[in-house]
Ligand binder design. Structure first.
Ligand SMILES: [Mn+2]
Length: 277
């Protein structure tokens, strides 16, 4: 049995099939972890969702910002943009069922895996983990979001979670502010500014970042403990490099012309498939 953590899929169905051949994926015994952003930008969002749902027992998947955007467009609370490529999902006869399934996916996964160097705990989210959050904080916030997303007021929830503010817990004036901040930590974070405040404006490379901004994974993270590894996607420009032993970036920008990456958790071996033409 092996566990493979796979980067942002974003509709790259053909590349996923090639990658699964490369790792000799065996649905009888292997598990696939997906760090979110299953859809959008790439060509085959619908095929990706149908494929993953068809063997969901083998998959551990977290939601990303593009998945939430799709849910919001489907609910009619957000507009499609010209660069969105998930019309195939919206037009599918399966769309209602697929949206229900998407909503049921969590914002974090955490599991103990028996690796070559002993038991390790792996924690995966789409973008990252708030610097002040413990594991208990992560679980509490993530589970609260999932409950609301799957509740009877899920449309209202989707109306409230988009936006760049607040950028720090001290600025939260309402429950909705807190939910929006949690969602942004989990699905959109890249850089943190002074006092650990979120900066969702700057998206450029680290070497060009204003000096008051640091990548979230370079801050002093409460979540980091011995025998624990954090996995995330979302940030294709990192190309898999964080220079942090216990924090691994999985998104290598397949939808942007680069490649799809799978990390075998047991031995940290990396497998890739280049973007097809
Ligand atoms: Mn993303």
């Amino acid at each position: 049995m092996s566990n493979y953590a796979i980067g942002d899929l974003q509709g790259c169905y053909e590349e996923l099939q090639i990658l699964l051949e490369k790792i000799s994926f065996n649905p009888q015994i292997d598990y696939l972890w997906f760090c979110g952003d299953l859809v959008n930008r790439g060509p085959d969002s619908l095929k990706c969702l149908l494929f993953l749902r068809s063997f969901q027992e083998n998959c551990k998947i977290v939601l990303g910002n593009h998945d939430l955007h799709l849910l919001a467009v489907h609910e009619g609370v957000r507009e499609m943009t010209p660069s969105d490529t998930f019309m195939d999902v919206l037009e599918s006869s399966e769309s209602e069922a697929l949206m229900s399934w998407l909503k049921s996916l969590p914002f974090h996964v955490n599991e103990i895996v028996e690796t070559k160097s002993g038991n390790f705990e792996f924690i995966m989210t789409h973008a990252g983990i708030a610097p002040h959050w413990s594991k208990e904080d992560l679980i509490k916030n993530s589970d609260e979001l999932s409950l609301l997303l799957n509740g009877k007021d899920s449309k209202k929830f989707l109306e409230e979670i988009f936006g760049n503010y607040p950028i720090h817990p001290s600025q939260c004036k309402s429950k909705e502010d807190g939910l929006r901040l949690s969602i942004n930590y989990l699905t959109r974070m890249r850089y943190l500014g002074p006092n650990g405040s979120l900066d969702l404006d700057f998206k450029g490379p680290i070497e060009e970042a204003p000096k008051e901004l640091i990548p979230w994974f370079n801050s002093d993270l409460n979540i980091i403990q011995p025998d624990r590894q954090v996995l995330f996607g979302h940030w294709a420009a990192l190309n898999g490099v964080t220079n942090q032993n216990q924090i691994t970036a999985l998104d290598t920008g397949c939808a942007w012309g680069n490649k799809l990456t799978a990390l075998k958790l047991e031995d940290q071996e990396i497998y890739t498939c280049d973007k097809l033409n």
